[in-house]
Design a protein around this ligand. Structure first.
Ligand code: USQ
Length: 383
């Protein structure tokens, strides 16, 4: 299949490009390096410098004899996105091309505005580019489990049937996002659902939980193929952060009571899910929503896992409870359904001791490069 990956330079984007290329798909990766620029602007480096997308693709081709085409440009620009769609004529599009950080979206008015404009603007352009140049193509869109928030009932897989005053109907499961970033994903879902109804698009919206991990089948132990690993408060996800904190001898930053529970998955499983979604397209006029995670953990559970991995590797890992800079429930019910991807064939990789220790060993190779000042800055959710 010809698969167009929008946001192909990102933490999940680049590993997805390699995964689908290895599986025999024809892949084009597009990015405008927004995340790299934002990281520089607010002083958030990743654990190691990643080669640029052209260099990555050359390295991949030299190793595997498989090509990943690369285009650099802003998908908010209609001239650019239409030229990409015309040239590549995609059969599937994976859309990661969004500002992905909740804290970034809560920093100040300018970062909130950028998040809103970029995320909604790109989704809008992607929808219109599909309608104009590739109406049969299947769009696989990266959403987030955070769209649902933490309601006091079981979270269904995208849809809920409601009986009201003796009549029944099927609706999108209620959304209640906890940051502006997460809210842009809710708005994306509404935009997609509107155009699925109006124009009969084919869309899969993946509600993904926080991802952890660094190496995949395709990276092997070649560090030049690794995605960038953020450990800073703004772009790092919690488990990756805790692992780096442990390696640096920095106390693990548990926010508030630490009972915040989310659905987590390894990067390898995120790739499996994306491949499954692409290779099992939906019908025209269907919006399929899949809850994309493997296991639920509280922040305290994760801190405990990291502390024990540290002990096994001779590190002294301390856990610290900080006043929560975010506005979120710190103790809550959490029971989301997640059978859709298992039914499609997902083989989950769980968070085992081996997985933790293997990742910790890679991080320890870079421990001298960790800039501890980047770990905590306390971006506040409150005005
Ligand atoms: N947390 C801590 N200490 C830290 C960092 C985070 O206690 O040092 C807590 C947060 O308060 C939160 C939980 O850990 O309760 C998860 O935080 P996170 O930063 O790993 O995840 P989040 O901001 O929700 O965003 C990440 C990705 C985002 C994706 C989302 C999936 O950056 O792109 O959409 O995970 S989900 O959380 O399911 O919405």
């Amino acid at each position: 299949m010809r698969v167009l990956i929008l946001g192909g330079d990102g933490y999940i984007g680049w590993p997805t490009a390699m995964k689908l290329s290895a599986a025999g798909h024809e892949v084009m990766a597009v990015d405008n390096y927004l995340r790299r620029r934002l990281m520089r602007e607010i002083d958030c480096g990743a654990l190691f410098e990643a080669p640029n997308l052209h260099e990555r693709a050359r390295h991949w081709a030299a190793k595997t004899k498989k090509d990943v085409a690369v285009r650099i440009g802003d998908l908010n620009d209609w001239t650019f996105i239409s030229s990409v769609f015309r040239e590549f004529a995609p059969e599937a599009i994976i859309h990661f091309a969004e500002q992905p950080s909740a804290p970034y979206s809560m920093l100040d008015r300018a970062t909130a505005r950028l998040t809103l404009d970029n995320n909604l603007g790109v989704t809008f352009n992607v929808i219109h580019a599909i309608a104009e140049f590739a109406p049969e193509a299947h769009l696989v869109k990266l959403g987030t489990m955070g769209e649902y928030g933490t309601p006091n009932i079981d979270i269904e897989e995208g849809w809920i049937e409601i009986e009201h005053k003796g009549r029944k109907g099927k609706f999108l499961f209620p959304r209640a996002a906890g940051s502006l970033y997460h809210t842009t994903k809710v708005l994306d879902t509404d935009l997609l659902w509107f155009y699925v109804r109006m124009w009969g698009l084919r869309v899969t919206d993946l509600m993904q939980g926080p991802v952890y991990g660094l190496t995949t089948e395709e990276t092997g132990d070649d560090d030049a193929l690794n995605p960038f690993l953020n450990y800073d408060e703004v772009f790092g996800t919690v488990l990756n952060r805790f692992m780096v904190q442990a390696a640096a001898g920095y106390p693990l930053t548990v926010y508030g009571k630490g009972g915040q529970t989310r659905g987590y998955l390894h990067l390898k499983d995120a790739l499996q899910c994306l491949q499954l979604a692409v290779e099992n397209p939906v019908e025209s006029g269907e919006l399929r929503v899949l809850n994309q995670f493997v296991e639920t953990f509280s922040v305290n559970d994760l801190a405990g896992h990291v502390q024990r991995s540290g002990e096994r590797l001779g590190l002294d890992v301390r856990i610290e409870s900080l006043p929560n800079p975010r506005k979120e429930a710190e103790e809550h019910y959490y029971n989301p359904v997640h059978t859709g991807l298992l039914d499609l064939g997902l083989q989950p990789n769980k968070l085992t001791d081996e997985v933790m220790d293997e990742m910790m060993r890679v991080i320890l190779r870079y421990r001298d490069d960790i800039v501890t000042e980047r770990i905590f800055r306390g971006v506040k959710w409150n005005k």
